[in-house]
Ligand binder design. Structure first.
Ligand code: KG4
Ligand code: ZN
Length: 349
Protein backbone atom coordinates (compact mmCIF):
# COMPACT_ATOMS: atom_id res chain seq x y z
CA UNK A 1 0.00 0.00 0.00
CA UNK A 2 1.32 3.43 -0.87
CA UNK A 3 1.42 6.17 1.69
CA UNK A 4 1.30 9.91 1.10
CA UNK A 5 2.49 13.12 2.66
CA UNK A 6 1.50 16.79 2.76
CA UNK A 7 4.46 19.02 1.94
CA UNK A 8 5.23 22.72 2.23
CA UNK A 9 7.87 24.84 0.50
CA UNK A 10 8.52 28.48 1.47
CA UNK A 11 12.33 28.78 1.34
CA UNK A 12 12.48 31.78 -0.98
CA UNK A 13 9.70 33.56 -2.84
CA UNK A 14 7.47 30.66 -3.95
CA UNK A 15 4.74 29.41 -1.64
CA UNK A 16 3.93 25.82 -2.54
CA UNK A 17 1.89 22.93 -1.10
CA UNK A 18 1.65 19.36 -2.42
CA UNK A 19 0.39 15.87 -1.72
CA UNK A 20 2.93 13.27 -2.85
CA UNK A 21 2.96 9.46 -2.69
CA UNK A 22 5.97 7.41 -1.62
CA UNK A 23 6.54 6.24 -5.22
CA UNK A 24 6.92 9.85 -6.40
CA UNK A 25 3.38 10.30 -7.76
CA UNK A 26 2.23 13.88 -7.27
CA UNK A 27 -1.50 13.96 -6.50
CA UNK A 28 -1.54 17.75 -6.40
CA UNK A 29 1.01 20.57 -6.25
CA UNK A 30 -0.13 24.18 -6.08
CA UNK A 31 2.21 27.16 -6.02
CA UNK A 32 1.83 30.91 -5.72
CA UNK A 33 4.79 32.90 -6.95
CA UNK A 34 5.56 36.47 -5.93
CA UNK A 35 7.29 37.74 -9.08
CA UNK A 36 4.97 40.73 -9.40
CA UNK A 37 5.56 41.93 -5.82
CA UNK A 38 9.35 41.74 -6.09
CA UNK A 39 9.61 43.03 -9.67
CA UNK A 40 9.76 46.75 -8.76
CA UNK A 41 12.79 46.02 -6.55
CA UNK A 42 14.66 44.03 -9.23
CA UNK A 43 15.14 41.07 -6.87
CA UNK A 44 13.59 39.16 -3.97
CA UNK A 45 13.08 41.33 -0.84
CA UNK A 46 13.25 38.90 2.13
CA UNK A 47 10.79 40.75 4.42
CA UNK A 48 8.22 41.06 1.66
CA UNK A 49 8.69 37.38 0.76
CA UNK A 50 7.97 36.15 4.30
CA UNK A 51 4.98 38.48 4.68
CA UNK A 52 3.51 37.08 1.46
CA UNK A 53 4.05 33.51 2.61
CA UNK A 54 1.97 34.26 5.72
CA UNK A 55 -0.83 35.53 3.46
CA UNK A 56 -0.65 32.72 0.90
CA UNK A 57 0.19 29.53 2.77
CA UNK A 58 -3.04 28.67 4.65
CA UNK A 59 -5.34 29.49 1.69
CA UNK A 60 -3.09 27.31 -0.50
CA UNK A 61 -3.38 24.37 1.92
CA UNK A 62 -7.16 24.81 1.87
CA UNK A 63 -7.15 24.89 -1.92
CA UNK A 64 -5.12 21.65 -2.03
CA UNK A 65 -7.72 20.07 0.27
CA UNK A 66 -10.53 21.24 -2.01
CA UNK A 67 -8.84 19.94 -5.17
CA UNK A 68 -7.80 16.58 -3.69
CA UNK A 69 -9.87 15.94 -0.58
CA UNK A 70 -7.95 13.91 2.00
CA UNK A 71 -8.40 12.99 5.60
CA UNK A 72 -5.57 14.07 7.88
CA UNK A 73 -5.54 10.51 9.28
CA UNK A 74 -4.65 9.14 5.83
CA UNK A 75 -1.39 11.07 5.73
CA UNK A 76 1.93 9.51 6.78
CA UNK A 77 3.20 12.89 7.85
CA UNK A 78 4.03 16.47 7.00
CA UNK A 79 7.23 17.54 5.24
CA UNK A 80 8.53 21.08 5.18
CA UNK A 81 11.62 22.76 3.80
CA UNK A 82 13.51 23.76 6.92
CA UNK A 83 16.88 24.71 5.34
CA UNK A 84 18.68 26.39 3.55
CA UNK A 85 16.97 29.60 2.46
CA UNK A 86 15.70 32.97 3.62
CA UNK A 87 15.21 32.57 7.34
CA UNK A 88 11.95 34.57 7.58
CA UNK A 89 10.45 32.68 4.66
CA UNK A 90 11.50 29.27 6.01
CA UNK A 91 10.04 30.10 9.42
CA UNK A 92 6.54 30.56 8.00
CA UNK A 93 6.59 27.06 6.53
CA UNK A 94 8.21 25.41 9.55
CA UNK A 95 5.84 26.98 12.09
CA UNK A 96 2.82 26.02 9.99
CA UNK A 97 4.03 22.44 9.48
CA UNK A 98 4.75 22.03 13.19
CA UNK A 99 1.30 23.31 14.13
CA UNK A 100 -0.44 20.98 11.66
CA UNK A 101 1.64 18.00 12.83
CA UNK A 102 0.77 18.76 16.45
CA UNK A 103 -2.93 19.33 15.87
CA UNK A 104 -3.42 16.25 13.67
CA UNK A 105 -0.92 14.04 15.50
CA UNK A 106 1.22 13.49 12.41
CA UNK A 107 4.91 12.78 11.93
CA UNK A 108 7.03 15.77 10.98
CA UNK A 109 10.07 15.88 8.74
CA UNK A 110 12.25 18.91 7.97
CA UNK A 111 13.74 18.68 4.49
CA UNK A 112 16.88 20.21 3.01
CA UNK A 113 15.77 22.21 -0.03
CA UNK A 114 18.77 21.10 -2.08
CA UNK A 115 18.11 17.43 -1.36
CA UNK A 116 14.58 18.04 -2.64
CA UNK A 117 15.96 19.48 -5.93
CA UNK A 118 18.26 16.46 -6.29
CA UNK A 119 15.35 13.99 -5.98
CA UNK A 120 12.94 15.96 -8.20
CA UNK A 121 13.52 13.72 -11.26
CA UNK A 122 11.74 10.87 -9.41
CA UNK A 123 8.45 12.81 -9.49
CA UNK A 124 5.68 11.94 -11.91
CA UNK A 125 1.99 12.78 -12.23
CA UNK A 126 -1.06 12.27 -14.41
CA UNK A 127 0.48 14.34 -17.22
CA UNK A 128 4.14 13.40 -16.84
CA UNK A 129 5.39 9.82 -17.03
CA UNK A 130 7.63 8.22 -14.42
CA UNK A 131 11.33 8.03 -15.37
CA UNK A 132 11.58 4.24 -15.18
CA UNK A 133 15.30 4.32 -16.06
CA UNK A 134 16.32 6.66 -13.27
CA UNK A 135 18.38 4.82 -10.64
CA UNK A 136 21.18 5.64 -8.24
CA UNK A 137 23.97 6.59 -8.68
CA UNK A 138 23.78 9.75 -10.78
CA UNK A 139 25.58 13.03 -11.18
CA UNK A 140 23.34 16.02 -10.57
CA UNK A 141 23.71 19.73 -11.22
CA UNK A 142 21.29 21.91 -9.24
CA UNK A 143 21.29 25.31 -10.89
CA UNK A 144 18.87 28.07 -9.97
CA UNK A 145 18.66 31.65 -8.72
CA UNK A 146 19.99 30.61 -5.32
CA UNK A 147 22.13 27.53 -5.99
CA UNK A 148 24.71 26.13 -8.38
CA UNK A 149 26.20 22.85 -7.21
CA UNK A 150 27.29 19.49 -8.59
CA UNK A 151 26.54 16.38 -6.51
CA UNK A 152 27.27 12.70 -6.78
CA UNK A 153 24.05 11.05 -5.60
CA UNK A 154 24.27 7.39 -4.51
CA UNK A 155 21.02 7.02 -2.54
CA UNK A 156 18.52 8.80 -0.29
CA UNK A 157 20.60 10.87 2.13
CA UNK A 158 23.83 10.11 0.28
CA UNK A 159 24.98 13.22 -1.51
CA UNK A 160 28.57 14.13 -2.11
CA UNK A 161 29.27 17.74 -3.09
CA UNK A 162 31.62 17.67 -6.07
CA UNK A 163 31.60 21.40 -6.80
CA UNK A 164 29.76 24.59 -6.03
CA UNK A 165 29.71 28.25 -6.94
CA UNK A 166 32.14 30.29 -4.91
CA UNK A 167 30.03 33.43 -5.31
CA UNK A 168 26.85 34.07 -7.36
CA UNK A 169 24.48 31.34 -8.53
CA UNK A 170 24.10 31.01 -12.32
CA UNK A 171 20.47 32.20 -12.18
CA UNK A 172 21.55 35.21 -10.15
CA UNK A 173 24.07 36.07 -12.91
CA UNK A 174 21.30 35.75 -15.52
CA UNK A 175 18.99 37.97 -13.46
CA UNK A 176 21.60 40.64 -12.68
CA UNK A 177 22.81 40.80 -16.26
CA UNK A 178 19.21 41.01 -17.48
CA UNK A 179 18.51 43.80 -14.99
CA UNK A 180 21.54 45.70 -16.29
CA UNK A 181 20.15 45.37 -19.82
CA UNK A 182 16.82 46.75 -18.57
CA UNK A 183 14.96 43.46 -19.13
CA UNK A 184 13.21 43.32 -15.73
CA UNK A 185 13.09 40.62 -13.05
CA UNK A 186 13.47 37.65 -13.12
CA UNK A 187 15.36 38.10 -16.36
CA UNK A 188 16.77 34.63 -17.15
CA UNK A 189 13.78 33.71 -19.25
CA UNK A 190 13.92 37.05 -21.16
CA UNK A 191 17.57 36.43 -22.05
CA UNK A 192 16.61 32.95 -23.25
CA UNK A 193 13.82 34.38 -25.45
CA UNK A 194 15.94 37.16 -26.96
CA UNK A 195 18.88 34.80 -27.50
CA UNK A 196 16.79 32.68 -29.88
CA UNK A 197 17.32 35.22 -32.67
CA UNK A 198 20.87 36.16 -31.67
CA UNK A 199 24.36 35.05 -32.64
CA UNK A 200 26.05 33.27 -29.73
CA UNK A 201 29.51 33.93 -31.13
CA UNK A 202 28.99 37.67 -31.61
CA UNK A 203 30.65 38.68 -28.33
CA UNK A 204 33.23 36.78 -26.32
CA UNK A 205 32.10 37.20 -22.72
CA UNK A 206 34.29 35.70 -19.96
CA UNK A 207 34.21 32.03 -18.93
CA UNK A 208 35.55 32.15 -15.40
CA UNK A 209 37.37 29.20 -13.74
CA UNK A 210 36.72 27.06 -16.81
CA UNK A 211 40.23 25.66 -16.96
CA UNK A 212 40.51 25.27 -13.21
CA UNK A 213 41.16 21.79 -11.76
CA UNK A 214 38.23 21.91 -9.32
CA UNK A 215 34.54 21.40 -10.16
CA UNK A 216 33.72 24.78 -8.59
CA UNK A 217 32.14 27.72 -10.35
CA UNK A 218 32.35 31.50 -10.23
CA UNK A 219 29.60 33.52 -11.88
CA UNK A 220 30.30 36.88 -10.28
CA UNK A 221 33.36 37.51 -12.47
CA UNK A 222 31.54 36.30 -15.58
CA UNK A 223 28.63 38.64 -14.85
CA UNK A 224 30.82 41.68 -13.98
CA UNK A 225 33.05 41.08 -17.01
CA UNK A 226 30.02 40.89 -19.30
CA UNK A 227 28.50 44.02 -17.74
CA UNK A 228 31.80 45.88 -18.27
CA UNK A 229 31.88 44.84 -21.93
CA UNK A 230 28.29 45.98 -22.44
CA UNK A 231 29.04 49.31 -20.74
CA UNK A 232 31.79 49.92 -23.27
CA UNK A 233 29.38 49.50 -26.19
CA UNK A 234 27.67 52.57 -27.65
CA UNK A 235 23.92 52.93 -27.13
CA UNK A 236 23.11 52.00 -30.71
CA UNK A 237 25.03 48.70 -30.47
CA UNK A 238 23.36 47.88 -27.15
CA UNK A 239 19.96 48.39 -28.74
CA UNK A 240 20.41 46.86 -32.16
CA UNK A 241 22.47 43.89 -31.01
CA UNK A 242 20.50 43.01 -27.88
CA UNK A 243 19.75 39.50 -29.15
CA UNK A 244 23.44 38.91 -29.93
CA UNK A 245 24.39 40.15 -26.44
CA UNK A 246 21.86 37.79 -24.83
CA UNK A 247 22.88 34.80 -26.96
CA UNK A 248 26.57 35.41 -26.24
CA UNK A 249 25.99 35.77 -22.51
CA UNK A 250 23.83 32.65 -22.40
CA UNK A 251 26.54 30.74 -24.25
CA UNK A 252 29.19 31.81 -21.75
CA UNK A 253 26.99 30.60 -18.83
CA UNK A 254 26.22 27.31 -20.58
CA UNK A 255 29.90 26.78 -21.43
CA UNK A 256 30.90 27.45 -17.82
CA UNK A 257 28.21 25.18 -16.34
CA UNK A 258 28.82 22.31 -18.70
CA UNK A 259 32.61 22.38 -18.68
CA UNK A 260 32.64 21.41 -14.99
CA UNK A 261 29.61 19.12 -15.17
CA UNK A 262 31.05 17.15 -18.07
CA UNK A 263 34.43 16.81 -16.38
CA UNK A 264 32.80 15.69 -13.13
CA UNK A 265 30.78 13.09 -15.07
CA UNK A 266 33.96 11.80 -16.63
CA UNK A 267 35.76 11.69 -13.29
CA UNK A 268 32.93 9.67 -11.70
CA UNK A 269 32.27 7.48 -14.74
CA UNK A 270 28.63 8.61 -14.53
CA UNK A 271 26.08 6.73 -16.64
CA UNK A 272 23.18 8.91 -15.53
CA UNK A 273 23.07 12.70 -15.19
CA UNK A 274 20.44 15.08 -13.83
CA UNK A 275 20.09 18.81 -14.44
CA UNK A 276 17.60 20.50 -12.13
CA UNK A 277 16.68 23.95 -10.76
CA UNK A 278 15.11 26.96 -12.50
CA UNK A 279 18.01 27.56 -14.90
CA UNK A 280 17.53 24.09 -16.38
CA UNK A 281 14.58 25.74 -18.17
CA UNK A 282 17.16 27.50 -20.32
CA UNK A 283 16.72 26.20 -23.85
CA UNK A 284 20.38 26.47 -24.84
CA UNK A 285 21.61 24.74 -21.65
CA UNK A 286 19.12 21.92 -22.23
CA UNK A 287 20.12 21.56 -25.86
CA UNK A 288 23.84 21.53 -25.05
CA UNK A 289 23.36 19.06 -22.17
CA UNK A 290 21.32 16.75 -24.42
CA UNK A 291 23.92 16.89 -27.20
CA UNK A 292 26.66 16.03 -24.72
CA UNK A 293 24.68 13.19 -23.13
CA UNK A 294 23.87 11.67 -26.54
CA UNK A 295 27.48 11.87 -27.62
CA UNK A 296 28.72 10.25 -24.40
CA UNK A 297 25.91 7.71 -24.18
CA UNK A 298 24.84 9.05 -20.80
CA UNK A 299 21.18 9.00 -19.75
CA UNK A 300 20.12 12.57 -19.04
CA UNK A 301 17.13 13.46 -16.84
CA UNK A 302 15.79 17.00 -16.68
CA UNK A 303 12.51 17.24 -14.71
CA UNK A 304 9.66 19.20 -16.32
CA UNK A 305 9.86 22.88 -15.47
CA UNK A 306 7.11 22.66 -12.81
CA UNK A 307 9.38 20.32 -10.79
CA UNK A 308 12.66 22.12 -11.68
CA UNK A 309 11.69 25.45 -10.17
CA UNK A 310 10.94 25.63 -6.44
CA UNK A 311 7.92 23.46 -5.61
CA UNK A 312 6.51 21.48 -2.70
CA UNK A 313 6.25 18.18 -4.62
CA UNK A 314 10.02 17.64 -4.52
CA UNK A 315 9.98 18.44 -0.79
CA UNK A 316 7.23 15.87 -0.29
CA UNK A 317 9.16 13.14 -2.10
CA UNK A 318 12.37 13.85 -0.15
CA UNK A 319 10.35 13.96 3.09
CA UNK A 320 8.41 10.74 2.54
CA UNK A 321 11.59 8.93 1.44
CA UNK A 322 13.18 9.93 4.74
CA UNK A 323 10.09 9.01 6.78
CA UNK A 324 10.02 5.54 5.19
CA UNK A 325 13.54 5.07 6.55
CA UNK A 326 12.28 5.90 10.04
CA UNK A 327 13.73 9.40 10.09
CA UNK A 328 11.65 12.26 11.49
CA UNK A 329 11.86 15.42 13.59
CA UNK A 330 10.03 16.58 16.67
CA UNK A 331 8.61 19.94 17.71
CA UNK A 332 12.14 21.30 18.30
CA UNK A 333 12.65 21.52 14.51
CA UNK A 334 13.75 25.04 13.58
CA UNK A 335 14.40 26.87 10.34
CA UNK A 336 18.04 27.31 9.39
CA UNK A 337 19.47 29.67 6.76
CA UNK A 338 22.21 27.13 5.98
CA UNK A 339 22.35 23.37 5.44
CA UNK A 340 23.12 21.24 8.50
CA UNK A 341 26.69 19.91 8.74
CA UNK A 342 25.66 16.31 8.00
CA UNK A 343 23.31 17.04 5.09
CA UNK A 344 26.04 16.61 2.47
CA UNK A 345 29.43 14.95 2.39
CA UNK A 346 32.33 16.85 0.89
CA UNK A 347 34.12 15.19 -1.98
CA UNK A 348 37.69 14.26 -1.13
CA UNK A 349 38.76 15.13 -4.65
O1 KG4 B 1 14.59 27.23 -9.00
P1 KG4 B 1 14.09 28.65 -9.11
O2 KG4 B 1 12.66 28.84 -9.50
O3 KG4 B 1 14.25 29.42 -7.77
C1 KG4 B 1 15.42 29.49 -7.04
O4 KG4 B 1 15.66 28.59 -6.19
O5 KG4 B 1 16.17 30.45 -7.31
O6 KG4 B 1 15.05 29.38 -10.16
C2 KG4 B 1 14.83 30.70 -10.57
C3 KG4 B 1 15.99 31.12 -11.46
C4 KG4 B 1 15.99 32.61 -11.76
O7 KG4 B 1 17.29 33.10 -11.58
C5 KG4 B 1 15.55 32.66 -13.22
O8 KG4 B 1 16.05 33.78 -13.92
C6 KG4 B 1 16.17 31.39 -13.76
O9 KG4 B 1 15.93 30.43 -12.72
N1 KG4 B 1 15.53 30.96 -15.00
C7 KG4 B 1 16.16 30.95 -16.19
C8 KG4 B 1 15.20 30.52 -17.13
N2 KG4 B 1 14.02 30.30 -16.48
C9 KG4 B 1 14.24 30.56 -15.17
N3 KG4 B 1 17.42 31.25 -16.52
C10 KG4 B 1 17.77 31.12 -17.80
N4 KG4 B 1 16.92 30.74 -18.77
C11 KG4 B 1 15.64 30.42 -18.49
N5 KG4 B 1 14.80 30.01 -19.46
ZN1 ZN C 1 15.56 26.03 -5.23
Amino acid sequence: MTSKILSIETSCDDTSVAIVRDDGFVEVCLSANQDLVHKPFGGVVPEIASRNHTLQLLPLIEEVRCRTPFSWHDLSGIAVTSRPGLIGSLLVGVVTAKSLALVHDLKLIGVNHLEAHLLAPFLYDKDYKKNENLKFPYLAMAVSGGHTQIYWVTGIGQYKVMGRTLDDAAGEAFDKFAKHLGLGFPGGVKIDQLAKTGDASAFKFPRTMIGDESFDYSFSGLKSGAIRMVDQMDENTKKTRLSDICASFQESVADSLLAKFERAAEAMGAQRAVVTGGVSANSRLRQRAEEWANKKNIQLFIPPLKYCTDNAAMVGYAGISRLMRGEMHDQTLTASASSWPNDFAESSR
